[in-house]
Ligand binder design. Structure first.
Ligand code: SIN
Length: 528
């Protein structure tokens, strides 16, 4: 490895959630030198860490065939059959070998011999493994602990990926234009020093998670702003299905809770949605009632909120639970209690929130993008597993399966051959008179992006709303790019530049697709 402004590695992984960690683990076992970067101070901080529900396995009287049917029904039938097949056929094996045997994840058991299976919407069987309601946190912590034991894995925290390094784009050599475009690493900002480093690697895996943070209300951590989609887009990778943004029906409605998720497994244990005056309403919308697919439940809540002139609906577990609530949902119980709500006695006020991006950087069955040397895994990628709407608790599994597969592909095809000389690659260019950034401008631009996306490209879209979103966001893009060119490098300005691009990717995809399907709902859309 070089030092200072330039680093070199065999594999660069951007992001440290389940997809990035499983890729790093597989590559490390095969002897590759791996750098994992994260913009957070702590490598555990990721979307994975916050996942409550669980990970799909196979339950009793279950079979891969049944899981495939549920995935495709929820996904509106536009899922990639090859990817669904891989997930359903290989998922259980990897959960067994990596999560249960290697990482020893203490999944809940119904008896010492039997695993306990939770239920979520869209599943025809109880088949979700869970560690109470902190499944993601437990998986993430064990992965990081396991990776720390490998001397060939280096975590670099507090470093924000700014752009992918690609040739010919970043090459000074005019002859490079005749070569096949290739990703050779990334420009990475050291958040603390404000300096941009180059990390050279023949293989880069984007595992940056999703983009819920571009919406006003989201169940994602606020750092999930779509960095990977934006960088891949600027590098010229194919990106698809970005209109399919899944909204989770139930996040806690409280001024200070910032999108705290109330897991769907709560409805799996019998909880029912009610209006403010205590009437259940899901029977009106679906024969599956409160366990209808997420998009249907979300739109029903949206309607009821409007019809009852309210800001929220209630989710009532206390009146219906047959389990011990505190034991089964300790994290949700204690968090709600902090906000003055005792979920063992009273209903929980909830609203929908942006939750998961079903589209992303198009990848094949090995996680390869359309750019040589660039792979993607987890939420940032689009394998096609989810189609137009994701089946609950399939995301951790997809991250595990494709994280592992990308690294398998890289290690078995590894070549360190360099199609460039480092001296040929442009170092980061800092503007002559760097301006220090004005936080008021950054905050205002963020508010504009988030409220535009929520109001015009959110749960219920119309052609007019989307056109308005495109116009407002395009104007903002212009301003943010100018601001970026002149400003001192700072993670806040880098994040803003990523986010505006992602907001436009979602909006443009929604405009190009007039058909309502799954998570993309256009009022008065033509029939499918
Ligand atoms: C939840 O616990 O409701 C979220 C699970 C998921 O989104 O897969």
């Amino acid at each position: 490895m070089m030092t200072g402004k330039k680093l070199e590695t065999d594999l660069l992984v951007i992001g440290s959630g389940i997809a990035g960690c499983s890729a790093a683990l597989e590559a490390a076992k095969n002897g590759l030198k791996v750098i994992v970067i994260t913009k957070n101070a702590n490598p555990e901080e990721s979307n994975t860490y916050h996942a409550q529900g669980g990970i799909v396995f196979l339950g009793q009287n279950d079979a891969p065939e049944l899981l495939k049917e549920d995935i495709i029904e929820t996904g509106g039938g536009i899922n990639n059959p090859e990817a669904v097949e891989i997930l359903a056929e290989h998922g259980k094996k990897l959960v067994n070998s990596i999560l249960i045997k290697e990482l020893k994840i203490p999944f809940a058991r119904s008896s010492p011999e039997e695993l306990d299976f939770a239920q979520e919407a869209g599943h025809s069987r109880r088949r979700i493994l869970h560690v109470k309601d902190t499944t993601g946190k437990t998986i993430e912590e064990r992965f990081i602990d396991a990776l720390r034991k490998y001397s060939n894995v280096k975590f670099i925290t507090n470093h924000t990926a700014v752009d992918l390094l690609t040739i010919p784009h970043h090459s000074k050599n005019p002859i490079a234009f005749y070569r096949e475009p290739q990703c050779i690493g990334a420009y990475v900002l050291d958040n603390l020093s404000g300096k941009v480093k180059m990390i050279f690697s023949p293989y880069t895996i984007l595992a940056t998670g999703g983009c819920g943070g571009v919406y006003l209300y989201t169940s994602n951590p606020r750092s999930a702003i779509g960095d990977g989609y934006a960088m891949a887009y600027r590098a010229g990778a194919r990106i698809i299905n970005m209109e399919y943004i899944q909204f989770h029906p139930t996040s806690l409605f409280h001024r200070d809770a910032d999108g705290f998720l109330i897991s769907e497994t709560i409805r799996g244990e019998g909880a029912r949605l009610k209006t403010k005056d205590g009437k259940t309403f899901m029977d009106k919308y679906s024969s599956k009632k409160d366990l209808a697919p997420r998009d249907e439940v979300t739109r029903a809540i949206y309607e009821e909120i409007i019809n009852t002139n309210s800001n929220y609906v209630y989710l009532d577990l206390a009146s219906y639970a047959t389990i011990n609530i505190k034991k089964r949902f300790p994290y949700i119980y204690s968090t709600c209690l902090q906000y003055g709500i005792d979920i063992t006695r009273e209903p929980i006020p909830v609203v929908p929130a942006a939750h998961y991006c079903c589209g992303g950087v198009l990848v094949d069955k090995w996680g390869r993008t359309s750019i040589k040397g660039l792979y993607a895994a987890g939420e940032v990628s689009c394998t096609g597993v989810h189609g137009a709407n994701r089946l609950a608790s399939t995301s951790l599994l997809e991250g595990l399966v494709w994280g592992t597969r990308t690294a398998e592909h890289i290690t078995s095809n590894y070549s360190s051959e360099k199609p460039y000389k480092e001296s040929e690659i442009h170092e980061w260019y800092y503007p002559k008179n760097e301006e220090s950034i004005d936080p008021a401008l950054i905050n205002h631009d963020w508010q504009s992006i988030r409220s535009t996306m929520w109001n015009y490209a959110g749960i219920i879209r119309t052609e007019k709303r989307l056109e308005r979103a495109r116009a407002d966001l395009s104007y903002l893009l212009h301003r943010i790019e100018k601001f970026y060119k002149e400003a001192q490098m700072d993670p806040k300005i880098v994040g803003l530049k990523h986010a505006i691009q992602v907001a436009l990717l979602i909006t443009n995809a929604a405009i190009s697709n007039p058909v309502s399907r799954g998570a993309h709902y256009i009022k008065n859309s033509p029939k499918k």
